[in-house]
Design a protein around this ligand. Structure first.
Ligand code: SF4
Length: 417
């Protein structure tokens, strides 16, 4: 937890994430079937089976947040993987090559099946292919159409068909039947978790904000593990929201002298959560919202919760393949960003140009231009890598961030036209 305000929730976060990795290792040691699934894969369906489920992107983010991202990347680079590849892939490949050494969770148990999804990027599919070659596990790929506009019915049906095929593949490999009652229960928990998530984000609307985006970066971790679809995650988010609301009622907030309300665009800078939030707070600046966390539980450039109506789980999960930012076209991204600027009273935008995640970064110059034209929001672009700290310079980044704060001040003193 970056702001040191919700201390019980911070302790609980560490406990549930650590326990989840421990259970994964114990389950694998006991002979359970191990699936590695990408973040975008509908994990709720996997709750219909008795499996160990690991999410490699989460493991990589955890390594980066706990300060070992670059070291694990170097292990993959020593084996010939290019430094230009996504740092998530390098961290996980390096960790697998080192037999888990150096990872806070001792890596992830060896997979029996990999499930990737080209929704966010195609690099992820190639990364999972590399793990397939190392482990001999099968690899199921979900092919998701790009998202320039709300999903077409034909695309929903195409995705539903693949989710059905995924269930059949797991049934065939494990000899288990998918228990749709358990899937329904997981869907209900996910929906409750999303509603609490949106409540948490809304606590940044007040002035000063009750949270920073760094809190949401930290506490999204369990959402992108097999804890999604469980009561444990719902209970965690309820504890967090209750604790922050209590803080707010007592007048406690992360940046009491809040003069600049900022929006963050890109994946969380995992290796900088504490350093960046502290330095910003010292400048009276708070990142109150982030495109990365606002999209959870929403659809196609909208920021409100897209609730589960209790109907066909496959239809809903196919539809929710369009929640994340990376596959969105420019207009959907601009719509979401403009809505966040308005809702959170944002003064300026920090675009993190991410050396690893080209798909998140590729439209940022256009977005910068659009946000200036549509919302009058000044912005800066800083260079970073979300999980490899070697590609980030704090001084260079803060030179630009301070220039942004000056531009906001200058805008405030300009006479109205
Ligand atoms: S390039 Fe971006 S979307 Fe692809 S795996 Fe890396 S972080 Fe995820």
């Amino acid at each position: 937890m970056s702001t040191k305000l919700a201390l019980s929730a911070a302790a609980n976060l560490r406990r549930i994430v650590n326990d989840n990795y421990l259970r994964a290792h114990q389950g694998a040691a006991a002979g359970k079937f191990v699936v590695w699934a990408a973040i975008i894969v509908p994990l709720e369906l996997l709750h219909g089976f008795d499996l160990v489920v690991c999410v490699p992107e989460n493991h990589a983010a955890m390594c980066a947040a706990r300060g070992v991202g670059a070291q694990q990347c170097q292990k993959a680079e020593a084996a010939g993987y290019s430094m230009d590849l996504c740092s998530y892939a390098r961290i996980d490949l390096g960790t697998a090559l080192a037999g888990g050494e150096g990872s806070p969770s001792m890596g992830q148990p060896r997979p029996n099946l990999l499930i990737s999804d080209n929704n966010n990027c195609s690099l992820l599919v190639k990364w999972f292919d590399a793990v397939q070659r190392m482990s001999g596990a099968g690899h199921f790929v979900i092919d998701a159409p790009f998202c320039y506009q709300p999903q077409r019915p034909a695309d929903t049906r195409y995705l539903e068909g693949q989710l059905r095929a995924m269930i059949r593949a797991i049934e065939g490999l494990t000899g288990q039947r998918c228990d749709m009652d358990k899937v329904g229960q997981a869907m209900a928990y996910s929906d409750q978790a999303c509603a609490l998530w949106k409540k948490l984000l809304s606590l940044a609307q007040s002035r000063p904000a009750g949270i920073t985006a760094f809190d949401t970066f930290a506490h999204m971790a369990p959402y992108i593990t097999s804890l999604r679809g469980t009561k444990e995650l719902v209970d965690h988010l309820r504890l967090l929201v209750d604790e922050i609301e209590l803080n707010m009622a007592m007048g406690k907030c992360p940046v009491p002298d809040e003069r600049y309300r900022l929006l963050w665009d890109n994946i969380a800078p995992w290796h900088q959560l504490r350093a960046m939030s502290s330095r910003l707070a010292g400048l009276g600046a708070n990142i109150v919202s982030a495109t990365y966390t606002a999209c959870l539980g929403s659809l196609e450039g909208r920021i409100d919760h897209y609730p589960y109506d209790g109907g066909d789980p496959l239809a809903y999960l196919a539809r929710m393949q369009n929640f994340s930012v990376c596959p969105h076209g420019l207009e959907l991204r601009a719509r979401a960003m403009a809505a966040l600027i308005e809702r959170y009273g944002v003064d300026g935008v920090i675009f993190g140009s991410n050396r690893s995640c080209k798909v998140y970064s590729v439209m940022q110059m256009d977005l910068q231009r659009l946000m200036a034209a549509r919302c009058g929001a000044p912005a800066v672009m800083i260079e970073l890598d979300h999980a490899d700290g070697r590609k980030y310079s704090e001084e260079a980044a803060f030179l630009r961030i301070e220039a942004l704060l000056e531009a906001i001040d200058a805008g405030r003193t300009m006479p109205a036209a």
